[in-house]
Design a protein around this ligand. Sequence first.
Ligand code: KG4
Ligand code: ZN
Length: 471
Amino acid sequence: MAASSTLSRLNLVPRPSLTYALTTLRALKPRCRQQSRPQWAPLSSSSNSFSAHLSTPKNPNPSSPKPHPKIPGPDDDLLVLGIETSCDDTAAAVVRSSGEILSQVVSSQADLLARYGGVAPKMAEEAHLQVIDKVVQETLDKANVSETDLSAVAVTIGPGLSLCLRVGVRKARKTAGSFNLPIIGVHHMEAHALVARLIERNLQFPFMALLISGGHNLLILARDLGQYVQLGTTIDDAIGEAYDKTAKWLGLDMRRSGGPAIEELAHEGDAESIKFSIPMKQHKDCNFSYAGLKTQVRLAIESKHINAEIPISCASSHDRSSRADIAASFQRVAVLHLEERCERAIEWALNIEPSIKHLVVAGGVASNLYVRARLDQVVKKNNLQLVCPPPNLCTDNGVMVAWTGIEHLRMGRFDPPPPADEPEDLVYDLRPRWPLGEEYAEGRSEARSLRRARMHPSLTSIIQASLQQQR
Ligand code: KG4
Ligand code: ZN
């Protein structure tokens, strides 16, 4: 599995504004069998405002590495390594706090996806394990930096597949521990939203975000860093899952995942030919549902006797055009559902925060040009501006993790370096089911049937509790 990579340079970032109290997000505290003793000895609190908020400023172990010379300060030029392994992409990047992307590498498990039509956690873990060291090394090499140049390591700790998250977290802790670097635990969906601030310098809080990926469909109001109101989420499947299943049932080439294959084929089809019904019309809220649309698509495929065993490349021209009609009709309705929910969410969000000017659309599905064009119309109608990261920053990537790490680091939210000799079999604090924000009370829907068991408290509630402690 070859690691593919891209490199781009951007210098478009606003300077940080430190508007609220610094606090430490203890996001990566290991639930270890043996309590690990912190070994980081920050400089005196007068030299750096972050260090004043760390709980254990003494170095209890004289044999541990010396304090890192570059304990980050809010105005420092920070250099952060971001690591992402929450699903099927092993990704890393090195990003500067100026917004310059020094390098990024993504090794995708496209072959596995094509072979099995979905992500099998054990195999995905295995694939991450095979490439993680190589991906991180290649990222550092391409950036022409070594670990000692870094200010911190950021890593996705949830939501995602535990087995996969664990690979990234272990690598991040190993790197941070060996080079005495602070570490930041990142929320995957927050990272999808915040990467938009790296590319759009005018994007200030508050703003709205529609986050659409393989596992998530979220409409949020981002009031401030770490302060999110969840306006809507999916009650069953996410839109990316519907794209992937439709592509699989239509016998499309899944090597670039199902979404791009459907987007391409849809150009050939008649989007009005099959009248799929728009989900959740009767629910006047901002939640989503794609399970019903999936079923409608499956029934349409069966009724047209389409055989997914016959790849589209071998289909007759009649068969191909039937498949294209289904792809186009599915895409039209899947996106209409997004449009309707966004219309309502904009109304709600403007009631809460009338100063909102932007809707960010991010996550893998946001790389779809039809999705972007349709949502752009909705946004313009409401006198807002659409912000979409470039496609390689919409699908899972290390840049978004590094950038989110930088945003939190500047606010003093990070953990001290792990011990250099941390055991490999440590039980980490991973958050496979981790809501981003608190649900908007007036938007609660009777149709919502979220399984809340084993769910971690939301990122927003953790940050709010930590801010209150500081007062
Ligand atoms: O954000 P992402 O890379 O990973 C997750 O966090 O899930 O999103 C992956 C999803 C997949 O379902 C993939 O089919 C979808 O994004 N996707 C697309 C397109 N590119 C990726 N869906 C529609 N059109 C695209 N061009
Ligand atoms: Zn994602």
